[in-house]
Design a protein around this ligand. Sequence first.
Ligand code: CU
Ligand code: CU
Ligand code: CU
Length: 352
Amino acid sequence: MKSRLILSALVLFGFAFAAHAELHKIELTIEEVDLEVAPGLTAKVWAFNGQVPGPLIHVREGDEIEAVVHNNTTLSHTVHWHGVYQTNSWRSDGVPDVTQKAIEPGESYTYRFVADKPGSLWYHCHVNVAEHVALRGMWGPLVVDPRNPTPLEKKVTKEAILMFSGWNSEVAREYGKGGQPGEVLNYFSINGKSFPLNQPLRVKKGDVLRLRLYAPTVPVAFHAHGHDALVTHKDGLPLDKPLPVDVLAMQPGERYDVIIHMNNPGIWVTHDHIEHHTTNNGKDHGGSMLVIEYEGIETDDWYMWKNVKYDPDFYMSESMRKPHGLHNIEAFKGFDPGAPRNSGAPRATGHH
Ligand code: CU
Ligand code: CU
Ligand code: CU
C-alpha cells in the first residue's frame, strides 16, 4: 500500500514535471533589409524577422521548440542552434548538405528540437558563414533558463544581453561580397549599433546585473570600468567557482555570463580593449563602447547623453522579463531599402 502511494506520487510528480515543459511554435523569416550600424555606415543584411540581432528566443530547459523558417531573400540559408545538443534531432542542426538541404529563396524549413542545454546559447545561419554570419547579421540570442539555477543567478535583479560584431564598409552595400581571408573590419558594434548609436544601460545601486556577453563574429576583450565582473557561466554552463575579472577575452562564438554587483554609483564605460574596436572607421569614441548610468547621478550639460531618448529594451532587459517565447525588438529593426527613408516614427539615435 505504502509503496503504491509512493509510486503514484512519483507518477504525479512526473506528470507535473512534463506538464511544465512547453512547446514553443515560433516563426522566423529572413529578410533583406538595410541596417543603420554607425554614423556613415548602413549595411545590407539578411535579418531574422527583419532585425539584427535576430529576435530573442527565451525558453526553459526541457521546452520544445518548433521553428518554421521562411527564406524571403535571394540566396539560400539555414539556421544552426549553437550549443543545443540536438539529442535525437540531428536533422534540426542546420548544416547545409550534411543535415538538410539549404533553404532556397521562397522556401521554408521546420526545425524541431528540445532545449536540452541551458544557458546563453545562440542561433545563426550555417551557409557561407564568413559572409552571412560575419558581415550580414545572421545571428540572435537563444536563452534557455536552467531547471536548477545557481544560488548566485537567483539573486540577479537585471539582465542585459550584449552581442559584439564587426563590419566591413567596403562590402557592406553589396550582397555576395566579403568574408575573404585578411578582410579588414572597420566598424564594430554591440547589438548591431556602434557607439553612439547604441544606448546607455541604466542600473540602480544594489542591482545584481547579469551581462550575457556574446562574441558572435569578432574577438573581444571586454573591460568594465569601476567594477569587477564575476564570470559565472561559460557557453551556457555554470563554472564551479566564479572568477572575478576586469578584462575578459572572448573568441568568436564564445559566450560568457558575468555578474556585476552595482555598488559604485557613477557614470561608467565598458569597452572592448582591442583598441581599434572602439573606433568608427578609425575615429575614436565609437564601436563597441557602452555607458552604464546609475540612477540618480547628476550629469553635466556637456555629458553626451544628457537628453538621450532612452530605450530600456536595447539590451533586451525588458524582453527578458516577459513570458517565455519569441520576442521581436523594435530597436533592432532594419528598414526596407525600397521604402522612403524618413517615413514613420523617428528612430532613437541617442545622440543630441
Ligand atoms: Cu545565410
Ligand atoms: Cu555556431
Ligand atoms: Cu578604459
